[in-house]
Design a protein around this ligand. Structure first.
Ligand code: PLP
Length: 434
């Protein structure tokens, strides 16, 4: 990997320490670097967290599977039935997610669809413990740790559900803030969390924070935690963290219905043709299947069997994820190297060095994130819109940018990130000298 060169003009001391003349010189140097960047006519994209073709290739054997038409029980997978999914696939996910096989349902290719179904069912029917369908409540609110996943927020917005933000810390959501909010307000019906290698911060929810979330008193009798464990096995180092144990913590606290866990193989096998997973208490699972039965006679069991044959076991999944890591970890290193090379010591940006997941969270100088994204766009580098990781796309400090380095080739990540770093430095210099 080539290490981006630190421009000679970078003073590598806090920009706020520079005299007005030094700051003007710094700005001029960055304007020149930016002009050179634009002149290159780049066309690079760091917007969405998609697997690269090399990662997709790791699963190409799926294209000639399954070799059988029967599951372990002898059921013909080509036919209708088996609403909760193939038992052997449910066993694999139970192992990976640290839950019981009985608690698991395997579905179609998208966990986001499962989350949508659960939300719609709660709105239309209410769930176990509900006094009435959520649609009949005067107001429904969700707690959203920020920065968070834009599609969670847009789904809530689509249903008119109000979003109350709390900060996402390195060990999970600010649990004191959450507990204070849910204690007295029965309109707060849920919380959405990506517990392991969060999108976009990479935070990992600790067992302690999870225990507090599962045991805290809530004014709503049917408070739900949407536990979106999309990145449970997506480690970037050889420390393969174990996700907090939401279902058993909730059951032990007398709130078994609180968490509903989701995951998928979207970033394990094929993003468009994987399998999804829901895990929940017996009552939640029965409730979910009862409503699912109105919409489906059974999932795509051929795809389930294909995945079972491909992985063999939960260890097969873990082994497979190490191959992903070999491909993508250098891209995350490249992001860090580029940002450190250009911005280190300037005190105008902070970024995460995630140990798993798909994103790097970049916080730039307050008020400059939109400018950075616009500068990058003009230079041919597409970034996720500033504010995307906040409800309604509104980052109150206009400082947050989500970087997604998995899809482009390594050299493209290096080039794009050196360019982004220049844009961050230039936007900071503009803001400080205006
Ligand atoms: N959940 C999180 C946190 C994600 O980041 C993503 C995709 O980026 C998804 C869910 C989408 O999952 P699926 O492809 O299973 O719908």
């Amino acid at each position: 990997m080539t290490t981006p060169q630190t421009p000679a003009s970078a003073p590598h001391r806090p920009l706020s320490d520079l005299s007005p003349e030094e700051l003007a010189d710094f700005r001029t140097a960055k304007e020149e670097e930016y002009a050179a960047l634009k002149a290159r006519g780049l066309s690079l994209d760091l917007t969405r967290g998609k697997p690269s073709s090399a990662q997709l290739d790791l699963s190409n054997a799926l294209l000639s599977l399954p070799t059988s038409t029967k599951d372990r029980a002898g059921t013909d997978v080509r036919n209708y039935g088996g609403l909760e999914g193939l038992t052997e696939l449910r066993e694999i996910f139970a192992d990976l997610l640290g839950v019981e096989t009985d608690q698991v349902v395997c579905g179609g290719n998208s966990s986001l669809t499962l989350m949508h179904q659960v939300l719609v069912d709660l709105l239309l029917h209410g769930g176990p413990g509900s006094d009435r369908p959520w649609k009949d409540e005067p107001v429904v609110k969700f707690i959203c740790p920020v920065p968070g996943y834009d599609r969670h927020f847009s789904m809530l917005a689509d249903f008119g559900i109000e979003m109350v933000t709390v900060d996402m810390h390195a060990d999970g959501p600010d649990v004191d803030a959450v507990a204070a909010l849910v204690k007295d307000d029965p309109s707060i019906k849920g919380l959405w969390i990506v517990p392991t290698y969060a999108n976009p911060s990479g935070a990992v929810c600790s067992q302690e924070v999870a225990a507090a979330l599962m045991s805290m008193p809530t004014a709503a009798p049917d408070f739900r935690v949407f536990w979106d464990n999309a990145y449970a096995v997506h480690h970037l180092t050889d420390i393969e963290v174990k996700s907090a144990d939401a279902l058993s913590l909730a059951a032990a606290s007398g709130n078994p219905e609180r968490p509903i866990m989701f995951a998928s193989t979207s970033k394990i096998t094929f993003a468009g043709s994987g399998v999804s997973v829901l895990a929940a208490s017996a009552a939640n699972k029965a409730w979910y299947l009862k409503h699912l039965a109105m919409a489906s006679i059974g999932p795509d069991k051929i795809n389930h069997l294909r995945h079972v044959e491909f992985f063999g076991s939960a260890d097969g999944v873990r082994e497979h994820m190490r191959k992903h890591r070999e491909i993508i970890a250098p891209k995350f290193d490249a992001v860090d190297a580029a940002l450190t090379g250009v911005l280190g010591g300037l005190d105008v940006a902070e970024w995460t060095q995630p140990t798993g997941g798909y994103f790097v969270n970049l916080d730039v100088l307050d008020g400059t994130a939109s400018r950075v994204v616009a500068l990058a766009k003009e230079a041919g580098i597409a970034l996720t819109p500033a504010g995307a990781s906040y409800p309604h796309g509104q980052d109150p400090r206009d400082r947050n940018i989500r970087l997604a380095p998995t899809f482009p080739a390594l050299e493209e990540v290096e080039t794009a990130m050196a360019g982004v770093a220049t844009c961050v430095a230039l936007a900071a210099a503009e803001s400080m000298s205006s």
